[in-house]
Design a protein around this ligand. Sequence first.
Ligand SMILES: NC(=O)c1ccc[n+]([C@@H]2O[C@H](COP(=O)([O-])OP(=O)(O)OC[C@H]3O[C@@H](n4cnc5c(N)ncnc54)[C@H](OP(=O)(O)O)[C@@H]3O)[C@@H](O)[C@H]2O)c1
Length: 311
Amino acid sequence: MQANAVVIDKYGNSDEFRDQMVDIPELRPKQLLIKVAGSSVTPFDIGVRSGEFSDDFELKMPAITGTDVAGEVVAKGSEVDQFEIGDNVCGMVGVKGFGAYSDYAVLGQSKAAKVPNAVDIKSAAVLPMTAIPAYNSLFDLGKLVSGEKVLIHGGAGGVGSMAIQLAHSVGAIVYTTASPRNFDDLKNLGADKVLDYHTEKFEETLSDMDLVIDTVGGETYKHSFEVLKPGGRLVSLVEDSNIKLADKFNVHAMYLSGKFDNPLAEVLDLISDGEVKLNIQKEFPLTADGVRDAQNYYQSNHVFGKVALIK
Ligand SMILES: NC(=O)c1ccc[n+]([C@@H]2O[C@H](COP(=O)([O-])OP(=O)(O)OC[C@H]3O[C@@H](n4cnc5c(N)ncnc54)[C@H](OP(=O)(O)O)[C@@H]3O)[C@@H](O)[C@H]2O)c1
């Protein structure tokens, strides 16, 4: 069986994307074949396409990229026991696998979740790479509990806007940094206080944080140590842990990596209940032209939430 896929032949800019018919691989025992309804643009996908991560993993060219996926299960491996053909699911496609920028994608069952009827497929398509890192950093690593104070940097981003809602949903007091045009929207998502990262030094305003989630890095990461209470936790999605600063401020520094339980089902339930929502700023067709335009749009605009790719 063949599928039309958006492929790249080498690392480079978004002009590398082109459409090509490709053979769909045989499924491994725990894999699902998904008829793709949608995907998204993530900073990770852009880094993969440009070759930023080629020292860590080499893509076999021509490569199908795209990490987020939502769609219908049309075939399943012999050991799949959590999903049926016809289920609508979403999940995170393995980077070296048969990516989401395609008519069909191959998804491991441990990376998937059923999409409840109340959740529209577009929201499901942009969810995995926001919900999984946000949940893992807040709860699996950050151990956030009700009543604690958490500072979430990059609140208007895909991960930040999800983290604000998840932290608010467990009763945390949420501080975030963002650009002023997003302040009202971020308060509506559950942020208790929003700071303008262009004009305000958060380290001069905030103190006694239990947890900081850093999606920005650089000086933002370094100054984050200063606002934690002794024994506080700093989880970065972008910087390796700075043990010197952690010792100096008597706090715990962690980098988000490693394997945790898949939290997608829990977040999908929160979306069903109306407690969490996804903001899709713009959508593009899931074709080579669409992926190129979508990644260019993402890179030249300050997106609030997500850019979607829809079949
Ligand atoms: N380690 C992991 O497993 C993992 C997983 C997912 C993501 N990540 C990384 O996490 C980062 C964020 O991902 P994302 O999908 O949320 O990206 P995104 O959607 O592009 O959002 C980035 C946000 O950061 C804001 N920002 C930029 N500079 C800032 C500053 N100095 N202070 C506060 N906010 C600032 C931007 O606001 P403006 O637009 O207003 O400038 C934007 O809203 C990326 O680098 C990504 O690669 C890592």
